[in-house]
Design a protein around this ligand. Sequence first.
Ligand code: FUB
Length: 345
Amino acid sequence: MKKEKRYLFPADYMADPSVHVFDGKIYIYPSHDWEASNVENDNGDQYIMKDYHVLSINGDPMTGTVTDHGCVLRQEDIPWAGRQLWDCDVQEYIQEVPTNAEEQAAGMGYSKKVKKYVMYFPLKDRNDVFHWGTAIADNPAGPFIPQPAPVPGSYSIDMCAFRDDADGEVYVYFGGLWGGQLQRYKDNIHLETPHLPEGKEDALPSRCVRLTKDGLGYAEAPRPILVVDNDGNPLKADDPHRFFEASWMHKYNGKYYFSYSTGDSHLLCYAVGDNPYGPFTYQGVILTPVVGWTTHHAILEYNGKWYLFHHDSVPSGGKSWLRSLKVCEIEYDADGKIMTIDGID
Ligand code: FUB
């Protein structure tokens, strides 16, 4: 179906939106696309992003004023940086910190609760291997101060940091094929020889890990996230609806909706499960192909309506590495199915 769409930030090329409501306001955490002189290839060398901005929307996503809070983290400020700051996400944490002498004299006791915001970003180290970094801010609009080293054991790209209202825990969904390097890992161990499944082999799954309470590390080993058909069989590698990258998680009517990009078949698809780890039963297509190679998204409820944030390459004349943020409303039918939206307006 056709839906009215809005370009959110015509002033610059930004992509890969992660979107949350913090303190009642919508915050967008996008990648910041740069003009690339290098060749476009399957390794994604054309995506040479070097910093992050935070955007916020004052009110309704379709009409509210969009504010650019400026550059909140630069590659050059990250001690272990090699190259390529790809899709990030941010989550809010409440932390107990010591009070100072003045606050104690005012009767506040020895500790107080403060909000902290942790950004999760994928970045290649100097050996060209992706890990995730974390960076901390006092405010959802940043600036974000990077931790000195990547999260131990972390790998691949495209983190979605989802807080489950059922248990209060944060689960990070991640992974991406090809340039995202997921094929280099099995059971969280780096393989000597990468294995990208083909044909009727089971498709390579996205991963999910529950984080520690401070949001800065793994509370467990990452688990595979299976997308299965109606008979419970994992989707196969040659299925155009299989997972490729750009995980997102949201809940609707108590069900867990895992959505993702199918990469080389250029769709946004979704699957539904009963808990954060799945398995997730494949349901359908959210968005048909857009102009540009990549497709990426976030789904958010705001004031009782549901929105799809995504990107396309129309404003750059089809340059796949120069993408622009868009938003439109999405609808569910009575059975909880998301109505498919046309990617081309
Ligand atoms: O923006 C760089 C990469 O392209 C992202 O990490 C992928 O999801 C794709 O959008």
